[in-house]
Structures are given as C-alpha cells and as structure tokens.
Design a protein around this ligand. Structure first.
Ligand code: PEP
Length: 256
C-alpha cells in the first residue's frame, strides 16, 4: 500500500477545472460565465476549459475575475503546416492559463500516444501555460488488475520528457470508466491511485508535495466533498456538471 501525503495536503490550494468538451454556444457560454461570476469567488482556484473557437469570448467574459480559463488541447509544435491545430504560443497570446493534455477522449478518439501527450505538455510549459495531464485506466484494464501499471506508464512518459519541470504540471486522474457514465470511483479507490501517482512524482521531484493531483469522473455536487477530503486529491476535473452553473458552483464550494 502506498502511504498518503498528509503533510502536503494542508498547504495545497485545491483546483476545480470545468471541461466543457464540445459543448456550448456564444449565448449559452455568456450565460454560464455570468452565473459563475456571480456565484464566486471560492476558496479553491477555479478554471474553465472551453472549445478553442470560444476562448477569446471566454477571456473577455472573465476579464477582472478570479476564474481562470484554459484550452482542451494544444499542438506539440509552435507553428507550421498542421491544419486544424492550435499552438500553445497562440493560446498564450490570449492569456490562456491551463491546457488539458491527454484527456482520455483524445487518447481514444485521436490515438494520442503517451509520448505525444508528453510533447504537448512540454509545448504548453514552453509558453508558460500549465498543462493538466490526464491519466486513467479503462474498465477492462481495472478488471485485469492493471490500473497502477497503466497510470504509471502514462505519467512516466511525461516525467521522462519534462525532467525537473514536472513539478509545474497538474495531474488529473480520470478513470475512463467513470467519465460521463455516472459511475464515480469511490473515495478509497480514487485516493489509492492518487497516492500511487504522488509517490511516483515524489521519486521524480522534490517539489511533488506541492503538486496538484485532480480527480475526474462523474464528480457531482453530492460526491465532491468526500472526494476532495482525501489526502492526495487536490480538486477535480469536471465534465458534465461544469455545464450547469449551480452544479459547478456547488462543486467549487466543496473544494478548499
Ligand atoms: C471529463 O470530461 O474530464 C469528465 C470528468 O467528465 P464527467 O465529469 O462528465 O465524467
């Protein structure tokens, strides 16, 4: 059993990030953000990751607010013949703070490898964006007893590529079987994997005690507090519930 990091938890400010995925419209986004601005601020840090086409709107809507914003993906390259892609340099120009790297939907639907995810995280860091690197096992992998091996392999590519800069990354543990399914990992299941990830990070960086490891997968207002109370869970990456202002605000309130 991997020991929990109980000392670091006290000094880590939690982070709650909304992942809108491919949802929204200019009008719906404006309404959602206005409601969130009215509901905040929160003790925890809060951010939303919107589809690329809306990022300039989101940046304007959030001007002067403590809610940060991020993108859902970035290219591993700075510029060039990469039709359809958006670079970290472009995102940085708009004031972007976070970028998701290796969300399971991109790993599965766009065949993103562990190394590509690591290269995207590296490109983000080169432009002072904070990558939120997502790792997580499928149901088949969990049932085959491979959870630890899978998440360690995914994180290890990022550690190897970033070296000592790994401490600037946020990690999100998102069991694939819990994303959008309504099946949340139990607090004990989630904490066990977070402790494994923390100890892997500890072996790579002396600053790992300050790093945030988020949990994602069907987090809702009624299960957020118990998940966020676990010693190695430092907040959440929220999909479906981040599209409803009241639910997302309640989840943000549950974090500290
Ligand atoms: C996600 O998309 O990262 C996610 C965790 O989705 P959901 O909260 O809907 O499970």
């Amino acid at each position: 059993m991997v020991m929990a990091d109980t000392r670091g938890a006290a000094r880590r400010r939690q982070l709650v990030v909304g992942n809108w995925k491919m949802n929204g419209s200019r009008a719906a986004n404006a309404e959602l953000l206005a409601a969130l601005r009215a509901a905040g601020p929160w003790v925890a840090e809060v951010a939303v990751c919107a589809p690329s086409v809306y990022l300039a709107d989101v940046a304007l809507s959030l001007q002067g607010d403590s809610i940060a914003w991020g993108a859902q993906d970035c290219s591993p390259f700075d510029a060039g013949a990469y039709t359809g892609d958006v670079s970290a340099a472009m995102l940085a120009e708009f004031g972007c703070r976070y970028v998701l790297a290796g969300h399971s939907e991109r790993r599965a639907m766009h065949a993103e490898s562990d190394q590509l995810v690591a290269d995207k995280a590296k490109a983000a860091l080169a432009h002072r964006l904070t990558p939120i690197v997502c790792v997580g096992e499928t149901l088949a992998e969990r049932e085959a007893g491979q959870t630890e091996g899978v998440v360690k392999r995914q994180l290890s590519a990022v550690i190897h590529t970033l070296g000592h800069c790994i401490s600037q990354v946020v990690v999100a543990y998102e069991p694939v079987w819990a994303i959008g399914t309504g099946k949340t990992a139990s607090p004990e299941q989630a904490q066990a994997v977070h402790a494994v990830l923390r100890s892997q990070l500890m072996a790579a960086s002396e600053h790992a005690g300050d790093m945030k490891i988020l949990y994602g997968g069907s987090v809702k207002p009624d299960n957020a507090a118990i998940l966020f109370a676990q010693p190695d869970i430092d907040g959440g990456l929220i999909g479906g519930a981040s599209l409803k202002a009241a639910d997302f605000a309640a989840i943000c309130r549950a974090a500290h």
